[in-house]
Ligand binder design. Structure first.
Ligand code: PGA
Length: 239
């Protein structure tokens, strides 16, 4: 398992269903890595073997994993298979998976269990809808997601939480910096077990707002979707 405490911050590129072989080759030619930061590229599974990594600060990540370990489950990829491909991180419970693939907290928890057993760090995504935010239910929603998605075995060394307000993903909208700081602090104080856990912010992170977001004291890095597809933008975000 990667030692997360080695890094001042963690930046994860979530390419979602994007990319091709030429894109990947050009991306790594231009990607510029800084030594104290942990950089993770999450590509579609078909490209994982093409991603470049190093043992110090550049890692490969998956976007999802099966709840099953093996057997007659056509189309699935297990945590053990990911570990054989040298995958060190895996997103779980991304809101797009919850929304389009009916993923529930119980399966997210099982995925996190499988990943931890295979020494892959689950990046467990949580976040509220706009409706919940408007009804001042953000903390209630997050508390429920976190208590139902994090397995007993999760701790600050083997698990990351990504706070991604659903209404901020791909919209250009973000919470205020004060709101981000407040939510991250709330997450870290939910349980003494989590007070050192790394909490990343995701949702419309761009080169224009990433420095300020990342400077907030309870923000340990960012999960970047759209802006991670432009390597020049991603370089600015991680610089
Ligand atoms: P976005 O996506 O940066 O395009 O808002 C973030 C995510 O979905 O992880």
């Amino acid at each position: 398992m990667i030692n997360l405490s080695n890094f001042s911050s963690i930046f994860i590129a979530n390419w979602k269903l994007n990319g091709n072989i030429e894109f990947i080759d050009q991306y790594y030619q231009k990607l510029s890595i800084n030594s104290e930061k942990c950089i993770v590229i999450c590509s579609p599974n078909i490209f994982l073997s093409r991603l470049i990594s190093n043992p110090n600060n550049l890692f490969k990540g998956a976007q999802d994993v099966s709840t099953y370990n093996q057997g007659a489950f056509t189309g699935e990829v297990s945590a053990h298979m990911l570990s054989e491909e040298n995958i060190k991180f895996c997103l779980v419970g991304h809101s797009e998976r919850r929304q389009h693939f009916n993923e529930e907290n119980s399966s997210i928890k099982q995925k996190a269990i499988n990943l931890i057993e295979n020494k892959i760090i689950p990046v467990i995504c949580v976040g509220e809808t706009l409706e919940a935010k408007e009804n001042k239910l953000t903390k209630t929603v997050l508390k429920k997601q976190i208590s139902n998605c994090l397995p007993e075995t999760a701790n600050f060394q083997n698990t990351i939480i990504a706070y991604e307000p659903i209404w901020a993903i791909g919209t250009g909208l973000t919470p205020t910096f004060e709101e981000i700081e407040e939510v991250h602090s709330y997450i870290k104080n939910l349980n003494p077990k989590f007070n050192q856990i790394k909490v990343l912010y995701g949702g419309s992170v761009k080169s224009s707002n990433s420095a300020k977001i990342n400077s907030l004291s309870n923000v340990d890095g960012c999960l970047v979707g759209g802006a991670s597809l432009e390597v020049d933008d991603f370089n600015l975000i991680i610089s």
